[in-house]
Design a protein around this ligand. Structure first.
Ligand code: DQA
Length: 147
């Protein structure tokens, strides 16, 4: 089994960026945690973060080409307006779970819209870093065919 953990713009700053909203865990700590979770569940976790829309799109295509079992994806602010990322997800076979650390619905109104929501398998919002772990477990259930 193989899962891609994909983080979008500004998430490289996790731990230092608005800690009152996003907490104190760094991206490296998050990635290590999900990789370890994969190791104890017979699953390889590949991690990628980029601040660039095109690089994220390339990674989505590549994940599809190599046939990963699922993509755990926090698209950052691209969530709210990137039709190019939405189209990339719509164009691949791999299912995507959208994760947001903060509760986007209790924040500014521009964060209430997700243009990618219609093309993902599901969303996990507002539960902090645990959201990524929950997404991992959701994919595990799907892989096992128990979903
Ligand atoms: C975010 C929410 C987005 O609105 C914001 O632009 C981010 C992070 C979250 O994880 O809560 O960069 O996706």
């Amino acid at each position: 089994n193989k899962i891609l953990l994909l983080n979008g713009p500004n998430l490289n700053l996790l731990g230092r960026r608005e800690p009152g909203i996003y907490g104190s865990t760094t991206l490296k700590q998050l990635e290590e945690k999900i990789v370890a979770l994969g190791e104890s569940n017979d699953t390889e976790v590949v991690c990628f973060q980029s601040n660039h829309e095109g690089e994220i799109i390339d990674k989505l295509h590549e994940a599809n080409d190599i046939g990963v079992n699922g993509i755990i994806f926090n698209p950052g602010a691209f969530t709210h307006y990137s039709y190019a990322i939405r189209d990339a997800i719509a164009g691949i076979q791999v299912s995507v779970i959208e994760v947001h650390i903060s509760n986007v619905h209790s924040r500014e109104s521009f964060r209430h819209t997700s243009v990618i929501a219609p093309v993902v398998a599901g969303q996990i919002v507002g539960l902090g870093m645990i959201g990524y772990e929950l997404a991992f477990h959701a994919f595990l259930e799907r892989i096992k065919g128990r979903e």
